[in-house]
Ligand binder design. Structure first.
Ligand code: F6R
Length: 617
């Protein structure tokens, strides 16, 4: 969603804020804005529809004028992307500026009340309502200090937010608050940073406070960081954490796009996911999160996997893995549906939440519900200390490193790796997966990073060439069976989100129940057909497509003859056990989507209408 950056210290706030916004632009990129305390302690605001570069074009005159300021990149919720709706928003008296990530659900009621008191509004946003509510509390009692007024206002609103607020009469002071959206405070030498994640300040400090749910903080050089609870103003001792993030991890490292960099990082990221967990020489999987709660899993009535988007696709593969090897029933749910359909959950259920960002509002809301009903909650998150990671009872981080491209790639393969480890570990522990087969499978899993490397080497150029032939395609079908049915869904999602070509994923056998009607010589069909996994059936499906003249792009194992003979394009991948084949097969599909989007001139890292972490329901 939106990205927030704030700064107070001795450096030029303009540079810090603009550079920080560039790093957070992946979170939202339909508009951007900045506010600085100018030399007279007045607020100077510039904002515009568009990207951070567009903001720079109109705001360079602010360079060097201030040591305190804040900025915002927006992903529109209330009100279309426009200059007016961009943040920061100012209060009616022009003294208070706010930037906000999230949604104020009761903004309409508050807006009506404020209008009755004479307030006027320039934008359609919920955020402008909040900043005027802060002014209102200061107006009705002039004794009310600025941070107190922020607290009063936050007690009146509900929804989800991370905010940063400045007041003209409080130079060098930033007030922040958080409920449902992340906010980190970087602690430097005589300087403080605020950001939606630590990337904007990683080169300046390794110390940060992650603001907890329902907390706010007043930050100034004079008084440091004063953290309070929003509801009753109790003082909270700050817990300073050491950042593990490095600058290198959040830069493109010579690649044209983050997405390509992240695709190429997968041999390492999958290896990092297994590091210290999969010890093939000892024949063990060490996962404290699972091991400490193994009885919960063993005695579970069922496992419910909750996720959205790509993480939901990983969850579907997790279902296949856990049911096959651990023989525990699994259900996979879209978090947004689960949350609102009054699901039956008991304390005998284990809920696994999968989320790259760890901030997805739908997943978070579903988890809260499951927790209330007594289920044991296990998290699979990439972002350390994220909101979802914090509310779970236990969990495993994927350790894929920061994923900045909006389309998820390395996080997906890391999620599949964790799910494989969990399924094999549980299966071996509960006796459904014998030692010999366990050993064989863990050796294979251990070899996956090398296989991904091989696929990257052998398919990089090939996928570019194939992509060139499909620049003008308007539709795509992706088909797979068994473990590769969710891989087909994921392949289709990658293509549609970055190239804007309509794409559907289907279980290959379902084709004849409807989608086959779409097939003619103009329909490209990507079919995932590794040797292990219903190969003969897939051969029949390919014949059916061939008979209708569809353009077949087949992902097959090296040395394949049958499917390859019928395909128009062949992408070879090394053989693996069926259960790991989606990890390997996804890589050329990511590359194919990437190059089709690049050749169509799309903004691959920041596709239209999307944002990296979806912190609104
Ligand atoms: C697709 C994509 C999204 C996310 C979804 C869930 O490439 O990135 O579909 O997978 O928004 O996000 P997380 O995993 O952060 O909960």
């Amino acid at each position: 969603m939106c990205g927030i950056v704030g700064y107070t210290g001795f450096q030029d706030a303009y540079n810090i804020v603009i550079n920080g916004l560039r790093r957070l632009e992946y979170r939202g990129y339909d508009s951007a804005g900045i506010v600085l305390e100018n030399v007279n302690d007045k607020l100077s605001v510039e904002k515009t529809k568009g990207k951070v570069d567009d903001l720079v074009d109109i705001s360079e005159q602010l360079k060097g004028i201030a040591k305190t300021g804040m900025g915002h990149t927006r992903w529109a919720t209330h009100g279309v992307p426009s200059d007016r709706n961009s943040h920061p928003h100012l209060s009616n008296n022009g003294k208070i500026a706010i930037i906000h990530n999230g949604i104020i659900e009761n903004y309409d009621t508050i807006k009506t009340m404020l209008k009755e008191k004479g307030f006027t509004f320039k934008s359609e946003t919920d955020t402008e309502v909040l900043v005027n509510l802060i002014q209102y509390f200061m107006d009705i009692n002039p004794e009310t200090e600025f941070p107190t007024a922020v607290r009063y206002a936050l007690n009146e609103v509900y929804g989800a937010y991370a905010i940063t607020v400045m007041h003209e009469d409080y130079p060098g002071v930033l007030v922040v608050g958080r409920l449902g959206s992340p906010l980190a405070i970087g602690i430097g030498e005589k300087e403080y940073f605020i950001a939606s994640d630590a990337s904007p300040f990683v080169e300046f400090t390794k110390e940060a406070i992650y603001l907890e749910e329902g907390h706010m903080a007043t930050i100034s050089l004079e008084k440091g960081v004063d953290i309070r609870t929003i509801n009753d103003n109790s003082k909270i001792e700050a817990e300073i954490q050491e950042l593990k993030l490095s600058l290198e991890q959040i830069e493109k490292g010579g690649y044209e796009h983050f997405m390509l960099k992240e695709i190429f990082e997968q041999p390492k990221s999958v290896h990092d996911t297994m590091r210290g967990r999969l010890i093939v020489d000892e024949g063990v999987i060490k996962m404290a999160g699972i091991w400490d709660h193994v009885e919960k899993f063993k005695n579970a009535n069922r496992i419910i996997i909750i996720a959205c988007g790509t993480s939901w696709h990983a969850g579907l593969i997790g279902e296949y893995l856990i049911e096959e090897y651990a023989r525990i029933p699994v259900e996979v749910e879209y978090a947004s549906e689960f949350r609102y359909r009054n699901p039956i959950i008991t304390d005998k259920d284990v809920v696994i939440a999968i989320s790259q960002s760890g901030e997805t509002a739908d997943t978070m809301a579903a988890l809260k519900l499951a927790k209330e009903k007594g289920a044991f909650i296990y998290g699979i998150c990439n972002v350390v200390d994220s909101s979802i990671a914090r509310i779970t009872d236990a969990g495993s981080y994927t350790h894929a490193g920061p994923e900045i491209g909006v389309a998820s790639t390395k996080a997906f393969t890391a999620q599949l790796t964790i799910l494989s480890l969990i399924a094999l570990k549980l299966g071996n522990h509960n006796g459904n997966l014998g030692n010999a087969e366990f050993m064989r499978l863990i050796s294979e899993l251990d070899a996956i990073p090398k296989k991904i490397e091989e696929v990257l080497n052998t398919t990089h150029e090939l996928t570019q060439n194939i992509a060139k032939d499909f620049i003008s395609a308007t539709n795509f079908l992706y088909l797979g069976r068994g473990y590769n049915y969710p891989a087909a869904l994921e392949g289709a999602l990658k293509l549609k989100e970055i190239s804007y070509i309509h794409a559907e994923g289907y279980p290959a056998a379902e084709m004849k129940h409807g989608p086959i009607a779409l097939i003619d010589e103009n329909m490209p069909i990507v079919i995932i057909a590794p040797k292990k996994g219903h190969y003969d059936k897939i051969v029949s499906n390919v014949q059916e497509i061939k008979a209708r003249k569809g353009k077949i792009i087949a992902v097959v194992n090296k040395g394949d003859t049958q499917v390859s003979a019928m395909a128009d394009y062949v992408i070879e991948i090394p053989e693996t056990s069926e259960c790991f084949s989606p990890i390997v097969a996804s890589v050329p599909l990511q590359l194919l989507a990437y190059y089709i989007a690049v050749y169509r001139g799309a903004n691959v890292d920041q596709p239209r209408n999307l944002a990296k972490s979806v912190t609104v329901e």
